[in-house]
Design a protein around this ligand. Structure first.
Ligand SMILES: [Zn+2]
Length: 268
């Protein structure tokens, strides 16, 4: 069974987490490069306002994505991702930031909400986005976990905060790791490999290349298990954004000359 299923609405192609959608309490999405209006290195669906794309094009991309998923653009929650382990619990002040007004974004790589109709947004160009959903308490979280945040175990900390602040129970939490760079394309230096090897074992490192390659998905799976998520509730996309850089923005493969995809989750 494919964990992430692709859907296309009005030319906008995105992926949804089937395990989550089946609960009937949530909408999920991970954008592709198809269906937007941006051009050049941003082609065609880019969601970054700050890397040189035209603002009106980016806004149009948001509109098209929201229309395709039938979600409220004015209740999207954007934050500035700083590759740390800050976790933000969403409130009304966050709705529509940068979408319907200029403002300084809250800095946070993880978001949690129990509010229906609110769409948590995480940017990605290779970095794993992790979807979390407590199906009983109806609490959703979205985590951007690049290698630095992964080294800080941001996903484990987010689950801990869901328990502390929202009374979530790990037995009720579903998880999914989105389309992201896999170990085939994720070369790192020895110092980064060492950080992960020390904490997660040699099985997360592949040394059959000139330089070590790290499997962030394997590290994240260990972290989800370590946080108490049931094995059957840990799922992941099999897509590598590096190998599939025509369909997804890939910072690594395009050497930074790219747009940003988004992952989203909306309680309904
Ligand atoms: Zn790859």
């Amino acid at each position: 069974m494919k964990i992430f299923n692709s859907k296309t609405t009005n030319g906008v192609k995105y992926y949804a987490v089937s395990l989550f959608e089946k609960t009937g309490i949530v909408k999920t999405g991970f954008s592709t490069r198809f269906g937007g209006v941006s051009s050049g290195r941003f082609e065609s669906m880019n969601f970054s306002f700050i890397t040189g794309d035209k603002k009106e094009n980016v806004l149009e991309n948001y509109k098209r994505y929201c229309d395709a998923l039938d979600i409220d653009i004015n209740k999207m929650v954007l934050t500035r991702q700083i590759h740390k382990d800050d976790i933000h619990t969403v409130d009304e002040n966050d709705f529509g930031a940068m979408i319907n007004r200029e403002c300084t974004l809250v800095e946070a790589d993880a978001l949690i909400t129990d509010k229906t109709g609110v769409t948590l947004v995480k940017f990605s160009a290779d970095c794993p986005v992790i979807y979390l959903l407590d199906t009983k308490k109806k609490v959703a979280a979205l985590v951007h976990s690049g290698w630095r945040s992964t080294a800080m175990n941001i996903v484990g900390k987010t689950i801990e905060k869901m328990k502390q602040d929202y009374g979530c129970n790990t037995d009720d939490i579903l998880s999914a790791i989105g389309p992201s760079i896999k170990k085939c394309c994720f070369e790192v230096g020895e110092e980064v490999a060492g950080v992960f090897e020390e904490s997660y074992g040699e099985e997360v490192i592949d040394r059959n290349y000139n330089k070590p390659h790290v499997s962030l998905k394997d590290v994240l799976t260990q972290q989800l298990k370590g946080a108490g998520i049931r094995t059957e509730n840990i799922t992941q996309s099999d897509i590598c954004t590096g190998c599939q850089c025509d369909e997804f923005h890939s910072y690594r493969i395009k050497k930074g000359e790219c747009g940003l995809s988004i992952g989203t989750i909306t309680l309904i």
